[in-house]
Design a protein around this ligand. Structure first.
Ligand code: ASP
Ligand code: MG
Length: 443
């Protein structure tokens, strides 16, 4: 069996849905299990509708219209989605009456996206002559913990899932992103979590391959919107893919890979608009190319927090207190460097002043804290970087030629990435310069 996962953008229009149905039909011999995201931007729209209901405004027009139009254009019976739209409206009225929107309720509300997309696509597939049926992942044994909005699957659920799938005779079209906790409450695996679902199902059924269908040619050497010479990568290792996802490549949810890694199942990222392209295969075994690295990624709008202690505290003391303060205030750190009495952190994203303030107040007890905003992390990833000398000087040479001075250089012990910090405004010239170096070939 194979798992075929389609993301929201691949399901955004009736034409795209038909195309996905055709892709599944063409692979019917490999016994596909289909995992879906919500159509288009439905999850965002559901969150917006829930937040509006919290303010007393119940408005499902946009979501309703969009789904009804999809159903009509595909020539399906409106009853495929109507009962769900009705339930959604009732739930939103509940939120607006109570003015209460807990993470548990929000999970229930966003679940309608995947519950509708699976029903629509399964019906559309039946129309294409592919006998398919829609299933909620939680009805097939995807049990999670109760951490709403970022739930994790419970250990040992695979056998139960495999047993359920075994009973299904049609092509299963399964909701991504969703689970249920032991108490029967709907949970979600975090934004972008359908990839994770695909990998969980892949592991459970010992799939020969997990296919993640998107609208780009797999994982690329660089963001093509920054450099149009970006090329797709035929192979990356699990470790490289995790680093790329961590540092901002949008194709894969980092947790996606864990169940597949454990079970040695290859993951392939493919393009719905160019299905003949082999895309990118993600393997457990590392592969080296003649280049200096595989890909350059970036993450904009991060914050730099510098702490310098005049009180002769050691870096370890500063680190432990600062980490605790950041953790308590739910601020995530992507990079950290230390010197004798200075410690610098880079956050994973932009945080507003008010969000940082309580943590900063705690850290200020140690010394002077300076926060710099509008920074960006640029990261070069590849097995090729391991043990290779002279790459750093090339990188900094290329940056200097653009007048970019990199700060806070860090390379993890695994040696497969080199990350550094620049200003947001320097991202385009810096990424382009490094990408050029990368495409130029051997080091
Ligand atoms: N629909 C969910 C989201 O937009 C899950 C996913 O697309 O992977 O985050
Ligand atoms: Mg996604």
């Amino acid at each position: 069996m194979i798992v075929m996962k389609f993301g929201g953008s691949s399901l955004a229009t009736p034409e795209k849905i038909r195309q996905c149905a055709e892709l599944v039909a063409s692979r019917i011999g490999r016994r596909p299990l289909v995992v879906l995201s919500a159509c288009g931007k439905t999850t965002d729209n559901l969150i917006a509708a829930a937040e509006a209901a919290m303010q007393g405004r119940v408005d499902t027009d946009r979501i309703e219209q969009y789904h009804i139009e999809l159903v009509d254009a595909l020539g399906l019976d409106r009853r495929v989605v109507e009962p769900l739209l009705y339930q959604l409206t009732i739930l939103l009225h509940g939120v607006s009456l109570l003015r209460e929107l807990t993470p548990k309720t929000l999970d229930h509300i966003v679940s309608f996206g995947e519950r509708m997309s699976t029903r629509i696509v399964a019906s559309a597939m039946a129309g294409e002559g592919v006998p398919a049926a829609a299933y909620n992942a939680y009805d097939l044994g995807l049990v999670t913990d109760s951490k709403h909005q970022s739930a994790a699957p419970l250990d040992g659920i695979e056998a139960g899932i495999a047993k359920e799938i075994d009973k299904i005779k049609l092509v299963p079209v399964v909701t991504g992103f969703l689970g249920k906790d032991k108490n029967g409450n709907i949970t979600t695996l975090g934004r972008g979590g359908s990839d994770f679902s695909a990998s969980i199902f892949g592991a459970a059924i010992h799939a020969e391959e997990v296919q993640i269908w998107t609208d780009v040619n797999g994982i690329m050497t660089c963001d093509p919107s920054v450099d149009q010479n970006a090329q797709s990568l035929p192979i990356v290792s699990f470790d490289e893919a995790s680093e790329l996802a961590y540092y901002g490549a949008e194709v894969l949810h980092p947790n996606t890979l864990v169940p597949a890694i454990r079970n040695n199942i290859p993951v392939r990222v493919l393009n719905t608009t160019n299905p003949e392209d082999p895309g990118t295969e993600i393997l457990t075994t590392p592969v080296r190319t003649e280049r200096i690295a595989k890909s350059v990624v970036y993450k904009e709008n991060v914050c730099l927090i510098n702490i310098s202690s005049p009180r002769l505290l050691s870096a370890v003391q500063i680190l432990s207190t600062a980490f605790e303060a950041l953790m308590e205030n739910h601020i995530e750190v992507h990079m950290a460097t230390t010197s004798e009495a200075t410690v610098s952190f880079v956050t994973n994203r932009h945080y507003e002043e008010e969000q940082l303030e309580p943590a900063i107040a705690q850290i200020e007890k140690l010394g002077r804290v300076v926060v710099e905003r509008n920074k960006a992390i640029i990261c070069l990833v590849g097995e090729e970087l391991r043990g290779r000398v002279g790459v750093l000087s090339k990188i900094f040479g290329a940056l200097a030629a653009q007048g970019v001075k990199a700060k806070m250089v860090s390379q993890s012990a695994s040696e497969i990435n080199v990350a550094f910090l620049v200003d947001n405004t320097e991202v385009a010239p810096a990424v382009k310069a490094i990408h050029r170096l990368l495409l130029d070939g051997a080091s």
